[in-house]
Structures are given as structure tokens and as C-alpha cells.
Design a protein around this ligand. Structure first.
Ligand code: SF4
Length: 66
């Protein structure tokens, strides 16, 4: 499972970081999402799904490459 972020859509709301700070960070200057990893291990899949659901701008998506 991979997570992808469309930074152009990100509004810097930070919900993703609050959901799982091991997967997401925010840019120091404009607050847009920074992916800390693209491959999600099984322990973090639920949190990644929550982040996709909670993101107010629809900037996040999951891709199942398995
Ligand atoms: S929750 Fe969505 S809009 Fe907010 S920082 Fe994360 S990717 Fe950007």
C-alpha cells in the first residue's frame, strides 16, 4: 500500500499529521503536506485510511500496489 499526496490541492490543514505523524509532516514554510514514507507498513494502513478520509481538500490517496 502506498500513500500519495497532491501538494497542489493541500491546504495545510494538518489533519494528516495529527492522524499519523510517522507518515506525514508539514512543510515548515507553507504547511503543505510532506510524505515521510510512501510505502505504508501494515501497522499504519488504518491510520493512512483515516488520513485520506479526514483530509479536507482530498489531497491524499491510497494506491494498492500489491
Ligand atoms: S490533511 Fe490534507 S490538506 Fe491538510 S495538510 Fe494533510 S494533505 Fe494537506
Amino acid at each position: 500500500m502506498r500513500v500519495e499526496a497532491d501538494v497542489r490541492r493541500c491546504v495545510g490543514a494538518g489533519q494528516c499529521v495529527l492522524t499519523d505523524p510517522s507518515l506525514f509532516d508539514q512543510d515548515d514554510e507553507d504547511g503543505t503536506v510532506v510524505l515521510l514514507t510512501s510505502e505504508i507498513d501494515d501497522d499504519h494502513v488504518e491510520a493512512a485510511r483515516d488520513a485520506v478520509r479526514l483530509c479536507p481538500s482530498g489531497a491524499l490517496s491510497l494506491a494498492d500496489d500489491r
